[in-house]
Each structure stands twice: as structure tokens, then as C-alpha cells.
Ligand binder design. Structure first.
Ligand code: SAH
Length: 248
């Protein structure tokens, strides 16, 4: 039997936000590979093998998935959100690039999912209605100097900025530093949205301004959105109009 590898994302939390294509891929798997809490979101099936691992070992996990697929198994790698956004799909291709030549011929497929940024935006209105970018504040895989350069460029270009991985126990100070950098080019009144557990029953939203935003509100389950110059309130919603306005 020929093996295959499908990389899926469970979406941001609630079951309805997992796509039918992802559910079908999971149902057809002989082996599920992923970070423990993401695997826990998938219903248990007695005939499937589960390979749960720690958060920090993505490359090892990707290599395990590739060798299982090469041995003929139907493997599904499970990420959260979308598998291509700061997640396992890229790790799988990193492992292919540095691994066995035969892995390049494997049947590898990526199923898209609802990423945290989209679920977070939907909780508050339409903050991503104009041009936006996404930056991960984690400096595990890139230097903090690179993060700072991208934050400055994003602020200068007046993007709405979605910040993934805004804080962790090992990195408590970076979000505060990111706000400092964004304040250089962005107005103090710019809306800042902290959305925790977006797209799940426990979703929680805090709306602040760039001048007053408290970085301590964010944790590993929070997505932070910093508005553009046009991002504003209407009623109880926050949105960014599609139309450009003159900057003063
Ligand atoms: N592949 C994932 C992102 C992985 S990076 C995706 O597409 O969503 C992990 C970061 O994503 C977290 O630190 C947090 O910033 C964000 N995140 C993931 N799920 C979230 C959720 N339900 N609500 C808010 N932020 C979330």
C-alpha cells in the first residue's frame, strides 16, 4: 500500500470551525501525529495510532510523520488553526528538504484551516478589512532584530498588524517592546484588540488603545491585532474600512 501524508489544522477551537475536508482526512488516517493538546481536539478512534509529542519538537515530529508515510501508512499531521500559518506544514517541508531523497516523491497534501487571525477578527467586527500583515513575536526560529525590523516596517506602511505568539512565560517582555516600536509611527489612539481563545466558547475580547494597551493581558492563547490609521469603532464593533483615507 502506498503511504500518504496530509497536514491539517483543527481551526481555532470550536468543532464547527474544523473544515469537512480536514474531518475526512482525519477519518481516513491510520496514524495521527501532533502536539498533544491539538490531538486532544480530534475524536478518538480505536483503530488509529496516535503519536503525541511536545510543542518544541516540530522537526522531529515532521520526520516521524514522513517516515511513517514512507513505510506505507496513511498519516495525518494535526496543527491548530491553519497548518501553513506558523505551524507544521512548513516544518514538514523543512524535514523533506533536509531528509531522505525519497521523501520528495511522497504523496503530501495540505488542507487549509481557519487561522487564529481570522477567528479573532470575526469576534470584534472587521479589523482586517484593509491591508494587513501577520508577524509572530516568537524569536525561537528568527532573531529579535528581525522581528523589530518587520514591526517598524509594518507600522511605517500603515498595515493592520496581527501579532501571533505575543507572549509566553519564557518571553514576557516582547509584546511591550513591540508596542513601543509601533507607537513610533502609529497614533496613540490606534485600536489594539486582545482576543483570547478566539473562535471557541471561551473567547474573550479586550479593546484598548496603543497608548494604553497593557501587554500583560496577552498570553499564549491570545492574538493581538493593532489597527491601521483608519481602524475605528462603529457601535460595539471595530472595523477597518476598505477605502483609503488621507493621512494627516
Ligand atoms: N497555526 C496556528 C498558529 C500557531 S502560532 C493558526 O493558524 O492559528 C500559535 C499562536 O496562535 C498563539 O500564541 C496565539 O497567538 C495564536 N492562536 C492560536 N489559536 C488561537 C485562538 N483560538 N485565539 C487566539 N489566538 C490563537
Amino acid at each position: 500500500m502506498t503511504g500518504s501524508l496530509i497536514v491539517v489544522g483543527t481551526g481555532p477551537g470550536k468543532a464547527e470551525l474544523m473544515t469537512p475536508a480536514t474531518k475526512a482526512a482525519i477519518a481516513g488516517a491510520t496514524d495521527l501525529v501532533g502536539y498533544g493538546p491539538y490531538l486532544d481536539r480530534v475524536p478518538v478512534c480505536a483503530t488509529q495510532q496516535r503519536h503525541a509529542s511536545d510543542n518544541r519538537v516540530e522537526l522531529e515530529r515532521a520526520r516521524l510523520a514522513l517516515s511513517l508515510a514512507a513505510s506505507g501508512r496513511q498519516v495525518v499531521v494535526v496543527s491548530g488553526g491553519d497548518p501553513g500559518v506558523f505551524a507544521m506544514a512548513a516544518a514538514v517541508f523543512e524535514a523533506v528538504e533536509s531528509g531522505e531523497p525519497a521523501w520528495r516523491d511522497l504523496d503530501i497534501r495540505i488542507e487549509p484551516g481557519v487561522t487564529a487571525m481570522l477567528a479573532a477578527a470575526a469576534e470584534v467586527g472587521a479589523p482586517l478589512g484593509g491591508d494587513f500583515c501577520a508577524i509572530s513575536l516568537s524569536d525561537n526560529l528568527k532573531s529579535w532584530a528581525t522581528v523589530e525590523r518587520r514591526l517598524k516596517a509594518a507600522a511605517e506602511a500603515d498595515f493592520v498588524v496581527a501579532l501571533y505568539n505575543p507572549a509566553s512565560k519564557a518571553r514576557p517582555h516582547q509584546l511591550g517592546r513591540a508596542f513601543e516600536l509601533l507607537r513610533i509611527c502609529k497614533d496613540q489612539e490606534t485600536p489594539v484588540l486582545f482576543v483570547r481563545a478566539a473562535g471557541s466558547a471561551e473567547a474573550r475580547v479586550v479593546v484598548a488603545t496603543l497608548g494604553s494597551a497593557d501587554p500583560a493581558i496577552a498570553d499564549m492563547r491570545t492574538l493581538v491585532i493593532v489597527g491601521a490609521s483608519t481602524t475605528r469603532r462603529v457601535g460595539r464593533w471595530i472595523y477597518t474600512p476598505r477605502r483609503e483615507e488621507e493621512r494627516t
